[in-house]
Design a protein around this ligand. Sequence first.
Ligand code: HEM
Length: 562
Amino acid sequence: MAHPATVLLQRTYDRPLTFGTAVIAVLISSYIIYYRHIHPLHRYNGPFIASISNVWKLWAVAADRMPNEIERLHARYGPVVRIGPNDLSFNTPEAVTAIYKSGWSKGPFYKGFVDSGHGALAVGMFTEMDEERHAQRRRIFARGFAMPYIRDMESIIDSRYAILRRQLENFARSGEVFDLRRYITYCTVGVLGELAFGEALGNQRDCDPPKIPPVSEVLWAAILFGQVPWAAIQIKTLLAKLPSANARALLDGRDRMVGMAVRNVTARLQKPDTDRNDMLGMIMCVTEEKTGKPLEMPHIISEAFSLLVGGTHTTGNTLHALFANLSRNPECLRRFVTELDERLPPLKPDQAAYHIAGLEEKLDFVNACIRENYRKDPVATFNMPRVPPKGAVVDGHYVPGGTQCSVNIHALHHNPTLWGNDHDVYNPDRWYGKQPPHVDFLNTFNAGKRSCVGQNLARTNVLKIATTLLGAYEFDFLNTEEPMVMVSHGDSDLRTPVMVKCKLRGRWCCLMDMCGTTGGEYWSKEGVRFGIAALGRRRVTAFAILASFADEAQQHPGFTNA
Ligand code: HEM
C-alpha cells in the first residue's frame, strides 16, 4: 500500500486546480484569522472588512463620506474603532492630547501627499515625517504666520476685500441674484496669493474659475493614495487608464496644482528684489540650519504647494459654511448684526474692512457664531494619523507601537457625549452661559506641533470678512429651505449654493464717489446720489448728507474740502 504522503502528492499532481484553490483558501483563512484574532488590535471593534483590509477606508474616501462614516462608527462602537488592519480612530479630547501633543510622527498615510511619479515636488513641511527636520522647516515659516506679520500686511489683505466689496456693490446696484460662495472664494484665494507669492492668484477681478487652485481634486487624490501609500503609483496608473472623466480630473488637478506652484515660484524668483515681504520671499532667503545652503528648488516648490493646498480652499469653505449656517438661523443672524451695530463704529468710507487689532475682543456673540461654525462644520476632516514609536496608552486604551492613530475632527465635533444630542444643530449659544464647552473640545486646526501653521491668517480672514460683509450689506438669502450639503474630499466642501441678493445697509452707505475722490469705486444710495448730482459732485451739503449719513460724511476728506 502506498504511503499517504505519496497518495497526496499523486492527487495533487492529478488535480492542480483543486490543490491551488485549497492553498489559497488556507492562506486567506490564516490571514483573516491572524487579523481578526491574533493581531494586537484584534480586540478593537469596527467593520469586519476594515479589520482585514484598507478597502473600507478607500471606499469611505472615494465615496466622499469619510467624516460621516467615522462619526457613525463611533456612535455604534464607542470611543475607539478599528478602521483599518493597523488603524484606530478615537473621538475624545483625551485622545487628542495623547495622539497630537506627545510628539508622535505622522503616519504612512502622509506619503499619499508626496508626489507619486511627479518630479517637481519634494517632501515639504506638511509631509515631512522626520520631526527634527520638520521643526527646522516650521521655524522658517514662523515669522510669516505670526500675528505681527499679518498686521503688517493688513493693507494688502484689505486691498482684496475692497475688490470683493466692489463686486457686491455692483450686485446691490443691479439687484442680481448671485452665489456668495464664488466671490468669497476668489477673495480668499487672492489674499493667499498676495501674502504667499506677492501677487494675486485666482484672478479675483475677472472671476475666472480655471485660475482657482483645484484643491479639492488634489486632496481627494492624496487622501485616496494615503490609505494605501505602498500602492499609490499603481492606483495612479490605474486611474489614468480608466475611461472616467472624474478619474482624469483627479489626476489633472494634482498636475495643474503642481504647475501653479512651479509657475508662481519661477515668477517670484525672477523678481528677487521686490520690496514686498511675502512668504515665498522669506522662504527663498533662508538657509538650511545644518548645511547653511539655501533651500533647493523642489523644496521651495513643495512649500508653495503646501500654502496653496492649506491656505485657499479651507478659509473659503469655512466662510461658505458660516454664511449658510447663519442664513438658516435668522435669529442668530439678527443678533450677529445687532452686535456689530452696537459694538463697532461704522466703517470709514475709505476703509475696506475692520482692522483686526482688538476686533475679536470687542465681540461676543459674533465670536460664538464663528466658533460654533468651526465646531459644526470643520473643513479639515480627513483622518490625520500619528504613530507612537512604542506602545502607548490613548484615552485608557493600550495601543501598540506603529499603529496609525487619529481623531477625526468632524467625529470629535459631533461626539454626543461632549456636545449633547443636538450636536448637528448650529447653536452659538452653547458657547455662552456659565459653563461653555472646554476649549480642548474644539480642534478645528488640530493640536500639537503639526497643527495648522496658517491659523492666524485663517482666523483673521474669517473674522474680518464676516464682520465686514454682514456689517456693510443686508443679504436676502434665497435658498435657505435647501439642506446644507457638506461633501468631504478630506476638506469639507459646502455643495449647496449660498444664493443671495444684497443691498447696502443705510449706515454704511458711502459718500466717496459722490465727492469724486475715488473714481466711482464706491456706491451710494440712489436717492442721495441724485441729490448730490443736482448740487455738483464736490459740493456735499447738509441737505445731501441728511441725518443718517452725517458720521460717514464728516470723516470723509471730500466733506471738509467741499
Ligand atoms: C479655516 C482654515 C484652515 C483650517 C481649518 C486648517 C486646518 C489645518 C489642520 C487641521 C492642519 C493639520 C493637518 C494635519 O495634521 O495633517 C493644518 C496644517 C497646515 N495648514 Fe492649515 N488650515 C486652515 C488654513 C490655513 C492657511 C490659511 C494656511 C496657509 C496660508 C494653512 C497652511 C497649513 C500648513 C502649511 C499646514 C502644515 C503644518 C505642519 O505640518 O507643520 N492652513 N491646517
